[in-house]
Design a protein around this ligand. Structure first.
Ligand SMILES: Cc1ncc(COP(=O)(O)O)c(C=O)c1O
Length: 425
């Protein structure tokens, strides 16, 4: 760490000449970022690549790219089902681009609902076996929109302390009272719900898979507790769509909770392989959300080519049984291999398609991340405030299209980097 980083709020030295009046260091609205700027500069001065400014110079497949001129295996992309290069998905996008043009120029409420938006919402109803589906421009906006619209003044949102930023921001955008419970603690959820007044409506917000450590929620117990207290339940299944449960609907399906969850939030940016977000529900009044939801109304809708790729991808995911099996087999091989080498992992067992390797501190995480990148492997580096409990970690997200040979290569890279950096003895 350089001195600048040690004093993150230090301002640059001023130069003075003769009797010139002392010029006060300029402070404006951006001065609050001085600490961040100094920290980033210190990182760059130490000669490492900025983990948060990586450029994919070329993407060859769901698992391979060229980064800094070097062929690199991708192990940090959320492209769980490898749909980004599916020939049918690409063809659907091209076709919609030709037929409907490059964009919609408007909100879903005005001129921005095209044939393809209706198609993708039908594909979601079919995928989830639910009566209602509303598509948003991103998963972030789906959470922002649904949480702030459902829970209003005098009502309650009860959320897991380790919830994704979009869930926290959805709470902030709304006017409801916010109550947090300890991560994945059924007991704490029960206790906190029990302290709330009976009358007001309540929404419990959970995630199927928590994306930093790759752990899953005890949804069965949590949904039972929420129902006991008369609360509605929303589950964000961003990191499980396509490969949890018999139909790939998510952790709630895998835990036998069909018909017991009121709202499921998802994204097109992970297993679906494009961009967009959605909420599905069986509630008879669900359509009313469209009439009151600001992040749905006051923004342009997704381009037709994007929703056409999503429709094709979602329909293919309904029967992607073989892909699912490959994904789980890859995940188990990676988790087991890293565990056997002695790395500290986010979960004891292979619970999801995310394997988090926990490091001691920022310095160790950055050096290890750089060693892997130099060796030809890209993983996500994650740090507080995104991570829980001040942890620094290297997050691996596995793809169905990784070959077993690639997984073995990745394990070899981790061993070499871990030994070089001193994480492994
Ligand atoms: C749990 C969760 N919800 C929502 C989102 C937002 O999804 P999107 O990328 O579509 O905005 C993410 C993204 O990482 C996520 O992890």
């Amino acid at each position: 760490m350089t001195e600048a980083a040690a004093q993150p709020h230090a301002l640059p030295p001023q130069s003075f000449s003769g009797d010139a009046p002392e010029i006060a260091p300029e402070r404006d609205l951006l001065s609050k970022f001085d600490g961040l700027i100094a920290e980033r500069q210190a990182l760059l001065d130490s000669g490492v690549t900025d983990p948060f400014a990586i450029v994919m110079e070329q993407v060859k497949s769901p698992t391979e790219a060229v980064i800094r001129g070097k062929d690199t295996i991708l192990l940090g992309t959320y492209n769980y089902m490898g749909m980004t290069f599916d020939a049918d998905v690409i063809a659907a996008g091209k076709d919609a681009l030709e037929k409907f043009g490059s964009g919609t120029n408007g909100s879903r409420m005005l001129n921005g609902t095209f044939h393809d938006h209706m198609e993708v919402e039908q594909a979601l109803r079919d995928f989830y076996g639910m009566t209602g589906a509303i598509v948003f421009s991103t998963g972030y906006m789906a959470n922002l929109g649904i949480i702030s619209t459902l829970a209003g003044k005098g009502e309650y949102v009860i959320l897991d302390a380790d919830s994704h930023a979009s869930i926290y921001d959805g709470c902030q955008q709304g006017n409801a009272e916010i109550v947090r419970f300890r991560h994945n603690s059924v007991e704490d959820l029960d206790k906190r719900l029990g302290r709330l007044p009976k009358e007001p409506a309540k929404l419990v917000v959970l995630e199927g898979v928590y994306s930093m450590l790759g752990d899953i929620a005890p949804l069965k117990e949590m949904v039972a507790v929420a129902k006991k207290h008369g609360a509605m339940v929303l589950v964000d299944e961003a990191h499980s769509m396509g490969f949890f449960g018999p139909n790939g609907r998510g952790v709630y399906e895998a835990q036998g909770l069909e018909g017991q969850v009121d709202f499921v939030v998802g994204t097109f940016s992970k297993s679906v392989g494009t961009v967009g977000g959605f909420v599905v529900s069986n509630h008879p009044k669900f359509e009313a959300v469209r009439l009151a939801c600001r992040p749905y109304i006051f923004t342009a809708s997704l381009p037709p080519s994007v929703v056409a790729t999503a429709t094709t991808s979602i329909r293919k995911l309904m029967t992607a049984h073989e892909k699912r099996e490959r994904l789980w087999s890859n995940a188990r091989a990676l988790h087991g291999g890293l565990k056997d080498m002695g790395f500290r992992l986010g979960t004891e067992n292979c619970d999801s398609a995310i394997v988090a390797v926990i490091l001691d501190d920022q310095e160790q995480a950055v050096i290890m991340w750089q060693a892997l990148l130099d060796g030809g492997l890209y993983v996500n580096m994650a740090r507080p405030p995104a991570t829980p409990a001040g942890t620094y970690l290297l997050r691996c997200s596995i793809c169905a299209e990784h070959t077993p040979e690639q997984i073995q290569t990745v394990l070899g890279m981790f061993r070499a980097a871990g030994q070089a950096v001193g994480v492994l003895s």
